[in-house]
Write a protein that binds this ligand. Structure first.
Ligand code: 5GP
Ligand code: ZN
Length: 113
């Protein structure tokens, strides 16, 4: 999709610190990490948010979740990590290409802010 930051990262047009890539998804470190491990997992194809992804491409949603697990294990946080999909501006979504935040390696409080 034109003018989408994460489509540009998926296409390799904007550099990122990529930790996993396969036919369906890529995962890269967040530019403003909120925890020692903070990785974003995105589908290569554009969907605006996780609700649209689930409706339009449920198999791709499964690939995102599987990749998040693989990233967590590879980053040493397989025993405890937080998976976040900010969905909509009211929830703090700022990039409207669906992405899972994989967060860990510090104490994570609940409820979140
Ligand atoms: P959201 O607020 O939409 O849930 O999350 C967007 C995330 O993308 C933020 O955590 C932000 O730090 C990250 N981000 C924004 N621009 C870039 C970028 O150019 N590169 C990387 N690696 N992360 C970005
Ligand atoms: Zn996109």
């Amino acid at each position: 999709m034109a003018d989408c930051l994460f489509c540009s990262i998926a296409a390799g047009d904007i550099p990122a610190d990529i930790v996993l890539s396969n036919d369906h998804v890529i995962a890269f470190r967040d530019i403003a990490p909120q925890a020692p491990v903070h990785v974003l997992v995105i589908p290569k194809e554009h969907h605006a948010n996780v609700g649209e992804l689930a409706n339009q491409a449920p198999q791709t949603a499964a690939h995102v979740l599987q990749a998040a697990k693989e990233v967590a294990e590879a980053q040493g946080i397989g025993d405890g990590y937080r998976l976040v999909f900010n969905t909509g501006a009211d929830a703090g979504q700022t990039v409207f290409h669906v992405h899972a935040h994989v967060l860990g390696k510090r104490d994570l409080t609940w409820p979140p802010g």
